[in-house]
Design a protein around this ligand. Structure first.
Ligand code: ATP
Ligand code: MG
Length: 794
């Protein structure tokens, strides 16, 4: 009964049930953290399938992370049995599914390659080299941003590197495709040559490299999908008819393109269900806009809005903390959130002298929690129940050191792709060689392990490939052929066909092929790739991996180096592949696997499996919950971060704080440090978010002095003035906040601090002229100060 639908239903409250059962039309669920939004979404999916008989193939369910998608699939499978769970994925994951089916209209193969950031940088470096630019001319990371921005601003770019093949003419157009392809590529080179500036030149060259490799980057996944939907009416028709129900979790954080995608896909049946919490918009810097959920009803006629008002996650004493903080945001709509749980432990605050001491305190508490719970028997706290959250990745270091010195197992979720680790990427590139034989993978693998194929040979090969206008690997094949080493290469149909096409175009090779191949094991490499290139479609991915690891001698190389960590990682990769095969059963093709793994980061890995403390940024903790949560580094300049430049950004930081504090179920511990390292004291101030809390409602393990509090307030006021944070929102910018005449915040007798004059006592309040009369300690006579001048309570 554990997994039956009836059991689920009995665990939904009235509003949740209403959200589940309102299946038709536009429905918006707005609710605070821990109110069961995600749970409602999952249940609604089950309801559609189980109670309404809708096929999963007609439901699109979008989650914010791959991990959330995997979890939802798992739950749904456990209840629905082996039913195909259709389209449960992130927006990017959905686009991969879509493009596998449709990208042929752009004359791209369904096995297109997906570039991760590393690959993108490699392509850019190649573009630089071809243009004769140096890294000093343009920073790679800025160009990456430029390319992304450029694409997002003009989706028409897709036509520059893609063909338009309508379905009907597909067959005939495909015949001249190679010629058209070449034309398109040349056009990109021309555009680069004629570009008005270096940025645009690199941009076009990057598109050229992409096209050459049939590669899409992450931005393309969404943009190309939109492009196809917008330019091929029959495709739009097919997909919007298919998607009878569209559901989106964490709707408050979708960007403009994702918003369009959800709208397009639901534009036929008009069943769009979105859930979100405006107070948890934390991706503004990546294009999220709080207004998309707030104004959803204005753009979706007949929207039904359902508010969930219970919090099932946290104890009441924990909930007071995020509540007290988020209240300070002006741009928000107030929500009611009733804690369902009772009582609970008071959240703890600790003010450390420096970050090392802060980390030590955290680790001590972790040890105590786990040990005490062992003593008290069942139902105790395990390492895996504990999360340490911080604003920036760099803040994990001191905590890691302290955990290590006490031999406490932990895992850092860096958000960096698991597949970006060197050994993983290397072996993935071997697998990529079988499918794409692209330049990126070739360069990465040909001389790893060492095959005496160094930069000199690479340069010769590159020059040769350029004159032939082919990829590096194809050029190498031609050389091997020319040198009469073909017999060494296992003959098979594909290879023969490819080589004969190379052979037909038999121009003279102007260097000695035999000489080129001598003193190098590169022929062995070619043999290996050829052997599996023709067979990979009939082999399991796990089998291919084992064979590649062995036959490339990659594993042996690591073993000889005694590199245990890397070997462990490879073992983890194997495990991941087995899971993938398990999930997709017979459909587990290598090209599909390669497209999927690029989307994964280590934040998607299953966290609860091993008993380890979990370290992650707040962004990575989105949507998750933990019995025991530490939020550390609550210092001005760290959280909120230093780069905050305006009120909007400050409010986003505050929402981030709200997200952090609402992850906790049973225990919440907060800490800050006065100092980075031991030594120079007083270099950091407590975060304003701490000052916004009611300290009486915290269990203060160690507090800060009144002096520090005063200094912090003055520091905050001062730095806000410098950053234009003092100004209020424009009137139409702030929600429900009406611009009023300045009012008195202080009363006679209050002690206040003035930035210049120091501390003083309010000796009068002049409501007519909106002024205080303040007697400052250092002056004999009172001065008059305007109400809206920033004073802090002393
Ligand atoms: P967030 O905004 O952080 O994403 P959420 O609104 O999505 O939160 P969920 O993660 O769905 O909230 O639910 C929070 C917790 O409350 C989960 O552990 C969930 O199982 C539990 N929960 C939700 N609804 C109920 C209910 N009706 N009865 C009991 N427990 C519930
Ligand atoms: Mg959620």
């Amino acid at each position: 009964i554990e997994n039956s639908l009836e059991w689920e239903r009995s665990r939904l409250d009235k509003e949740q049930l209403e959200a589940v059962e309102t299946t038709e039309g536009y429905v918006r669920v707005v609710a605070g953290a821990g109110s069961g939004k995600t749970r409602t979404l999952t249940h609604r999916y089950l309801y559609l399938v189980k109670e309404m008989g809708i096929s999963p193939a007609n439901i699109l369910c979008v989650t914010f992370t791959n991990k959330a998608a995997a979890e939802m699939k798992k739950r749904i499978r456990s209840i629905l049995g082996g039913d195909d769970s259709g389209y449960i994925s992130t927006f990017h994951g959905f686009c991969v599914q879509f493009l596998r089916e449709e990208i042929h209209v752009l004359n791209y193969p369904k096995e297109f390659m997906i570039l991760d950031e590393d690959d993108q940088k490699s392509l850019l470096r190649k573009a630089y080299a071809d243009l004769g630019f140096s890294l000093k001319d343009l920073k790679i990371s800025s160009v990456l941003d430029f390319v992304g921005g450029r694409k997002a601003n003009d989706i028409g770019y897709v036509s520059l590197f893609a063909e338009h093949l309508a379905d009907e003419v597909g067959a005939s157009a495909a015949e001249n495709a190679p010629a058209v392809e070449n034309e398109k590529r040349e056009h990109l080179v021309e555009l680069a040559d004629e570009a008005p500036d270096k940025w645009m030149a690199v941009y076009y060259r990057y598109l050229y490299e992409q096209k050459k490799n049939y590669a899409l980057d992450f931005d393309d996944l969404i943009l190309v999908t939109l492009y196809i939907l917008e330019n091929f009416p029959e495709k739009l028709d097919k997909w919007r008819k298919r998607m009878m129900y569209v559901m989106v979790d964490e709707y408050q954080d979708i960007d403009g393109q994702q918003y369009c995608l959800a709208d397009l896909l639901s534009s036929y049946h008009k069943n769009l269900f979105v859930v979100g919490d405006p107070d948890q918009t934390i991706y503004g810097w990546r294009g999220a806009d709080i207004n998309r959920i707030l104004e959803f009803d204005q753009f979706h006629k007949g929207t039904k809005t359902i508010l969930l008002q219970n919090n099932y996650r946290s104890t009441p004493s924990i909930l007071k903390v995020p509540d007290a903080v988020i209240k300070n945001n002006k741009y928000r709509i107030e929500k009611v959130l009733r804690p369902v749980r009772a009582g609970g432990k008071t959240p703890v605050f600790y003010h450390a002298k420096n970050t090392r001491e802060e980390a030590k305190w955290i680790v001590e508490r972790i040890q105590n929690a786990v040990q005490n719970s062992v003593k008290n028997g069942a139902g105790g706290v395990h390492y895996k129940d504990i999360a340490v959250l911080y604003r920036m990745h760099s803040q994990s270091r001191s905590v890691e050191e302290a955990l290590m010195s006490e031999s406490i197992p932990y895992k850092v979720y860096s958000g960096v792709g698991f597949y970006q680790r060197k050994e993983i990427k290397d072996i993935i590139c071997y697998l990529r060689m079988l499918v794409y034989a692209d330049d990126l993978s070739f360069i990465r693998t040909v001389n790893t392990p060492k095959r005496q194929f160094g930069p000199k040979k690479m340069a010769i090969l590159q020059a040769f490939a350029d004159t032939r206008k082919v990829g590096l690997y194809e050029a190498l094949l031609e050389i091997v052929y020319e040198a009469g080493r073909l017999n060494d290469v296992a003959p098979d149909v594909t290879t023969q066909a490819e080589l004969s096409s190379v052979g037909n175009d038999h121009r003279k090779i102007d260097f000695d092929c035999k000489e080129f191949l001598s003193r190098s094991n590169v022929v062995e490499y070619v043999k290996l790739i050829e052997k599996y290139r023709s067979r990979y479609k009939d082999m399991r991915v796990s089998e291919l991996l084992s064979k590649m690891l062995r036959e490339t001698k990659y594993e042996e190389m690591l073993r000889l180096d005694g590199d245990e960590d890397r070997l462990d990682n490879l073992a983890e990769l194997k495990q991941g592949i087995l899971e993938f095969e398990n999930y997709y059963e017979e459909d587990a093709s290598l090209d599909e696997y390669l497209q999927n793994i690029v989307l994964f980061t280590n934040a998607d890995e299953d966290s609860q499996e091993k008993d380890r403390v979990q370290l992650m940024t707040i962004h990575n903790a989105k949507g998750l919950e933990f019995p025991y949560v530490f939020v550390c580094g609550l210092n001005e300049g760290f959280f909120p971060v230093k780069r905050v430049q305006n009120k909007m950004q400050l409010e986003e930081e505050r929402r981030l704080a709200y997200v952090a504090f609402t992850r906790a179920e049973n225990v919440l511990c907060l800490s800050d440090a006065e100092d980075g390292v031991a030594g120079e004291s007083g270099s950091r101030y407590p975060s304003r978010f701490l000052l916004e809390m009611n300290m009486d409602e915290l269990d203060v393990a160690r507090g800060f002095s009144d002096d520090l509090l005063l200094a912090a307030r003055a520091f905050i006021a001062e730095s806000d003035r410098n950053r234009d944070l003092m100004n209020d929102f424009d009137e139409d910018e702030s929600l429900g906040a009406v611009k009023k005449a300045p009012t008195a915040e202080f009363a006679v007798g209050d002690r206040v601090v003035h930035k210049i004059f120091g501390i003083g006592t309010v000796s009068g309040v002049d409501k007519k002229n909106f002024c205080y009369e303040i007697t400052f300690d250092k002056f004999a006579t009172p001065r008059s100060i305007q109400f809206d001048f920033p004073l802090v309570r002393g």
